[in-house]
Design a protein around this ligand. Structure first.
Ligand SMILES: Nc1ncnc2c1ncn2[C@@H]1O[C@H](COP(=O)(O)OP(=O)(O)OP(=O)(O)O)[C@@H](O)[C@H]1O
Length: 345
């Protein structure tokens, strides 16, 4: 449905380079990456709001690269609402109809349905000023969907909302996507949001696409150390590969296949690490002896740092286990993890 072919956009001081991406009809695709990676630039290029320097944007097989925004049938929703304060909610929602040349009876009927679907029938005569963040975002969704778009682009639609509304709108987005069956593409910083909503994910870094895959793929099998760190693999060690061993900080990690003689990176997620008083790990587990260096309580979980030789591992252990085991700083422990949970790049 959305196809980007070598998309390049040059801006003063920043460039998006050679982005290739295909989003299937009806798919929910999330674009992730740190601040300034170029996610919004990609979204605005698809919407026709930025000039594309090279490459192509196709939507539903049609070349949109040089089409003005109003000819693209693409809706866009921003985090900061951008509603007109002097217009009523209904006039805000209908504003796009004129812009897109779609002010027809059928469109007004569709908007009636949307207003019901989004649960905002009670506020259509109000002005945006005193609406809650959640209500404003519902109005923005109605406005973007009023023109019956083929694609809905969402630029961090949840990030300005307080946590209660965020949950609400997150669920609403999931239902809307299921109900409308159109293609959604959403920019977010938040991996959990993407895990909940998206079928597939693209991770951007410095204007380039670093990895595209299913949410599970990116989460469990990050392709680069950057993505590994981004998706929360907080244990990232530089390793020297020697035959089937990855050597780091005085420890050996046995690899499934020889890695050749070079340097690499080993990454493992804190929640994949288990602590025990005794070395009772099953086969297939890699285990190291270590000493607890720090315990930081964090609600139901404690962040426990364990030094094994020169390597410092970050783990998260549930509070109950920490208490029942009586773990304290300075305690000798064994740390283990399933070999398959670690990634070596
Ligand atoms: N219209 C523009 N003109 C010039 N520079 C721009 C324009 N839009 C974005 N940029 C620059 O492009 C870079 C990438 O911005 P972009 O907003 O795409 O990042 P992002 O990945 O969406 O980040 P964030 O998560 O903070 O929103 C930034 O350095 C930004 O200042």
């Amino acid at each position: 449905m959305i196809k980007l072919e070598n998309l390049s956009v040059k801006l003063p001081g920043f460039a998006v380079r050679n982005v290739n991406l295909q989003v299937a009809p009806g798919e929910f695709f999330a674009l992730l990456g740190p601040t300034g990676a170029g996610k919004t630039v990609v979204l605005e290029s698809i919407a026709g709001l930025l000039h594309i320097t090279a490459g192509k944007v196709r939507v539903a097989g049609r070349d949109m690269t040089r089409l003005p925004p109003e000819k693209r049938r693409i809706g866009i929703v921003y985090q900061d609402y951008a509603l007109f304060p002097h217009l009523t909610v209904m006039d805000n929602i209908c504003y796009g109809l004129r812009y897109f040349n779609q002010d027809t009876k059928a469109a007004r009927q569709r908007i009636g349905d949307l207003v019901d679907l989004l649960g905002i029938a009670g506020i259509v005569h109000r002005r945006p000023l005193h609406l809650s963040g959640g209500e404003k975002q519902r109005v923005c969704l109605a406005r973007a969907l009023s023109v019956n778009p083929e694609v809905l682009l969402l630029d961090e639609p949840l990030s300005a909302l307080d946590p209660n509304f965020r949950e609400d709108i997150r669920r609403l987005l999931k239902n809307l996507h299921g109900e409308l069956g159109i293609t959604f593409m959403m920019v977010t910083h938040d991996f959990n949001e993407a895990l909940y909503l998206a079928d597939r994910i693209g991770v951007m870094r410095q204007g380039r696409m670093e990895q595209i895959g299913t949410t599970e793929d990116v989460f469990l099998r990050p392709a680069t150390p950057f993505v590994a760190e981004f998706v929360g693999m907080k244990n990232i060690f530089e390793v020297a590969l020697s035959g089937q061993q990855a050597v780091f900080g005085g420890l050996n990690f046995p690899m499934a296949e020889p890695g050749g003689d070079k340097r690499g990176v080993l990454a493992i997620r804190p929640e994949d690490i288990v602590l025990q008083r005794e070395d009772g790990f099953e086969g297939g587990f890699v285990r190291y002896a270590g000493v607890i260096e720090q315990i930081v309580p964090a609600g139901l979980w404690h962040e426990v740092s364990v030094r094994c030789q020169q390597a410092l591992f970050k783990t998260v252990i549930d509070r109950k286990t920490v208490l029942s085991q009586g773990y304290g700083e300075g305690d000798a422990v064994f740390l283990g993890f399933d070999k398959d949970a670690a990634r070596v790049f």
